[in-house]
Each structure stands twice: as C-alpha cells, then as structure tokens.
Design a protein around this ligand. Structure first.
Ligand code: UN1
Length: 508
C-alpha cells in the first residue's frame, strides 16, 4: 500500500467508526489538522476552542453543578452505568478512533477502552459507597461524624498517550461524586475526545442528567489557561510532563485550588538471581517496548544482578529481535509508531547522550519504514547498557529506550531504583520472599506503584494510580481516590440538651 492509499483507508475507517458513535466528521471540522502517526499525514480536521469558549465552559459547568450536586449519588451513578454500556457497545469504534490518532496497536487500543469500561463499573459501585466514618465523641449525648460532599467544577487536562482512559478515570468518579467536568484533551487527540464526549452526551440525554455537567474544550495550552487560574475550577487534574506540572501547580496553589498531578515516570525493575527469568523476560519486554515506550508506566530502567546481567540482556536483545515493528493496523504488529517526529528526535538525542556518558547500545534505536511512510516515525526499541545511573538515565525520554545497569546487593539496587527524581512505578522480579517484602517495605521502592513479578505498566483500575516526587503525588482511579473529588465535612451533633464544651473548657 502506498502512503496515500493507507491514509485514505484510515480516513474511511475513522469516519465510519465516528458515524457509528454518532459523530459526523464534517460537523466537527475546522482549522485544527488531525494527523495520524501511522503515516504522518492528515486524516481530519477539528474546530478549536478559544479562551472565551473555555471560560464559557467553566461557567456552564459551574451552573450545572448547582443542580447536579443535589442529585442523589446512586442516581448520578446511573449516568455512568449508561456511559459504560455505550462504551462497551462502541468499544471497537472508539478503539479505531484512538488507534488512528495515537497509532496504538489494535489490542492496546481496545485495552484502553476496556479501561474506561472498568472505571465506569467501579464508579457505579462507588456511587453507593461514598462512605463517611462515625467517631465516638468525648462528650455524652454527642455524635461525631464525617460527610463527603461534591467539590464543584473539575478541570481535566489529559495527555496523548492515554487519550481517553485517563479522562474516564477522572470523569467517572467526578460525576459520581457530584462534580461537573471541563475536559481539555491533548492537542493531537481531539477526535478521540469528541467521540468519547459524544457517548457521554448520549448517556446524559438518555438518563435525563442536567445539561452542562460535562464540557469539552479543544483549546491549546494558552487558551486553556482559565482551567488553571479560574477559582471556580475547584480541582484541576492534569496528566503530562513535569515541565507542565511546574508551570501550572504554582498558579493553582496561589488560589488555594486543589490539584491532582500525574507527571513523569522513570520506572525501574530489579531482576534478582532467584527470579523466574522466563517470566521476567516477558514482563520486561512488554513494559519496555509495548505502546512503543509511550506509557507513563513504561519500563525505562532495568537493574539486574551482575551475576545474570550478560545472559539476561542477551535474551532481551533476542526477544526484541522478534518484535514486529510497523503499521499498527496489521495484526502481527506489536510496536507501532511514535506520536511524532519530536519523539523520534528525543529518542535519538537520548541515545547519543547515553553513549557519550559511557553507555553501549545493545540493540535498536534505528528508524525503520521511512521508505514506506516518510512522515511516520517508527523506531526499533533500544536497549542501552550503562556503567551507572548517569544524567540521561535520570531523565524521562518518552520513547522506547531501556537503560540497563547492574547491582551487587539488594540495598544497592533499591538505591538505584529510588535514585531518580520521578516516582511513579517500579517492580522487582524475585522468587525470594524476603527480597520481595523488603522491596515493598518502607525502605524499599519509593514509588506510588510497586509490583512483584509483574512489569511496571498495565495497572488495573481497582488500585490507586499515581506517584511520588516529581510524578506529582496525585492518585486517580481505584482504592479511595474518589476522595480527591470530594470535600470532607466533620459534623458534631449534640442531642444531650446540655452544652458541655470539649477539652473540659468552662465558659458561661
Ligand atoms: C498512563 O500512561 O498515563 O498502568 C496511564 C498502565 C495503564 C495506564 C497508563 N493502565 O500502564
């Protein structure tokens, strides 16, 4: 297939999928070009939102909040139930849109939509479990309790690599909590956002939810700024680079807004001599090369015991040799394209820097398929052996590079693991229970996610997702992340007919 024929085929598939979802591609057209990383060519256009549109969306969401917060939480859950059903019905369609815009392989695009369906399930259950505790009061005839209330407008800024799932994590919980949402998706994934939003709008109309509770703005960073500065945005949940986090966090903090950040990851796995190396190999290869190294949770650093390092790296290199890199629309493909030329250049620059810092490229790093897709950026995932954790290893490069280092003692391995500014995900491969427990203990991994005998990526929605240090400290998705979308009130109720003061204070 020529590039042009391939692009035309993507457009046809995309428009048909959008139509099934209920979006007419022509009706959302406008000045913003939508490119596919598959060929690097334009596949559609979208309208854009300006700053006034963003302000208007916040106003509408703020007004809708007055009604929505009064709707009983289980009734709010019914909206998310319906959204989840529509996502299930259109799983294949939405996966097609995501794959066209982001270049994911089919199975991973489907997995992304499944992650949305899963969070809907969780949020529906959560809608009947917004529990508050009751505490014993120190005073007779008193009850002490906590209640949880909606916050207000939640702004969601999402990234290209999970263009719809991370939005769904936030939105399913925020809507169940009684908040309203304004979404600014990544600039390269606006059609995925339009499609996702259309399904939510359909669900809202069907269950009779008040208009305005979910808003989509196709704004760039500059025009999206009111989401950061407007005091009506009670919580800003943002996924992206550490640089973005540094820019927006002080503004939100200055107005005492809440912020939930999911920023860089520089995830590591420790492979110990007792590990099941067949299992470790599969875990490492999926985490490092899957999604073309473009997950926040991608494995970027491998810390292998020196006694097994050479043999294990040889096995990784062999396994990498079997990965089919190419057009994600072909069934055999496991590694699709990078999102754009900048990502490719970042990978090349990082590899060059690693070599300058004493690294040796064990495999990969070459661009492939440039003869077929001149503007598509396909690369071989790289494995680079490093003498130590040099400055390039401390950076997150959002492309497939796995840096390999060796260790002698577990304490040393944990020190390497924790010795970077980021703290999202981590793993240990071991069959030694003491090693596993130490890794999971307070002196072990300092990350928000710490796994045993499983890679750093591919978390389920049931657990809280997020990380420490420069990753930003936010928690999304499962466990008790719902509390981030609500405010807590403490209630003291006096039914004694007296007025005893706490701490034994006497007055009047
Ligand atoms: C992300 O890369 O921002 O754990 C999210 C995972 C996925 C989510 C990744 N469930 O890899």
């Amino acid at each position: 297939m020529t590039t042009q024929v391939e692009t035309q085929s993507i457009v046809a598939e995309l428009e048909a999928a959008l139509a099934r979802i209920g979006v007419n591609a022509a009706s959302v057209a406008g000045p913003n070009p939508v490119l596919t990383p598959v060929t690097g060519e334009q596949i559609a256009t979208t309208y854009v939102s300006n700053k006034a549109d963003v302000q208007a969306a916040i106003t509408a969401a703020d007004e809708a909040f007055r009604t929505w917060r009064e709707v009983p939480a289980p009734v709010r859950g019914a909206l998310i139930k319906r959204w989840g059903e529509l996502l299930t019905e259109h799983k294949e369609d939405l996966a097609i849109v995501v794959a066209a815009e982001v270049g994911k392989i089919h199975s991973e695009a489907l997995g992304e939509v499944q992650e949305m369906i899963d969070i809907c399930d969780l949020a529906v259950g959560q809608s009947r479990q917004l529990f508050g505790k009751t505490m014993p009061s120190e005073r007779p005839g008193h009850r002490l309790a906590e209640t949880w209330h909606p916050l207000g407008v939640v702004g969601v800024i999402s990234a290209f690599n999970f263009p719809v799932a991370v939005y769904a994590w936030n939105t399913a919980l925020a809507l169940v909590a009684g908040d309203t949402v304004v979404w600014k998706p990544a600039e390269s994934c606006r059609l995925s956002a339009v499609a996702t939003n259309a399904l939510l709008a359909k669900a809202a109309a069907e269950v009779g939810a008040p208009a305005g509770i979910h808003q989509l703005v196709l704004a760039d960073r500059h025009d999206g700024e009111p989401l950061v500065s407007d005091p009506r945005v009670a919580l800003l949940s943002a996924t992206g680079s550490v640089r973005m986090g540094r820019e927006i966090a002080p503004t939100v903090a200055a107005r005492f807004g809440r912020i939930l950040l999911e920023l860089g990851g520089n995830n590591a796995a420790i492979v110990t001599p007792s590990a099941d190396l067949d299992l470790a190999l599969r875990g490492v290869v999926f985490a490092a090369a899957g999604t073309a190294g473009q997950r926040c949770t991608t494995l970027r650093r491998l810390i292998v015991h020196e006694s097994i390092a050479d043999a294990f790296v040889d096995r990784i290199v062999k396994a990498y040799g079997t990965l089919t890199i190419g057009n994600p629309r072909e069934e055999a493909t496991l590694v699709g394209p990078l999102i754009n030329k900048n990502s490719f250049e970042a990978q090349q620059a990082a590899i060059a820097k690693a070599v300058a810092e004493g690294g040796t490229v064990a495999c990969g790093g070459n661009r492939v398929l440039s003869d077929k897709f001149e503007n598509g950026y396909y690369v071989e995932p790289a494995v680079v052996r490093m003498p130590s954790q040099t400055s390039v290893v401390e950076d997150e490069t959002f492309a497939p590079i796995l840096y390999v280092m060796t260790y002698k003692t577990l304490d040393e391995a944990i020190a390497i693991q924790n010795g970077v500014p980021q703290g999202l995900s981590s793993a240990i491969f071991t069959n030694d229970q003491m090693e596993a427990e130490i890794f999971l203990s307070a002196r072990g991994s300092d990350c928000g996610i710490a796994n045993v005998n499983i890679g750093t990526s591919g978390a389920e929605i049931g657990g809280a997702f997020g990380g420490e240090k420069e990753t930003g400290g936010g928690r999304e998705s499962g466990a008790d992340s719902w509390k981030a979308y609500m405010r807590q009130a403490t209630n003291t109720i006096n039914y004694s007919g007296q007025l005893p003061l706490a701490q034994g204070v006497k007055f009047l």
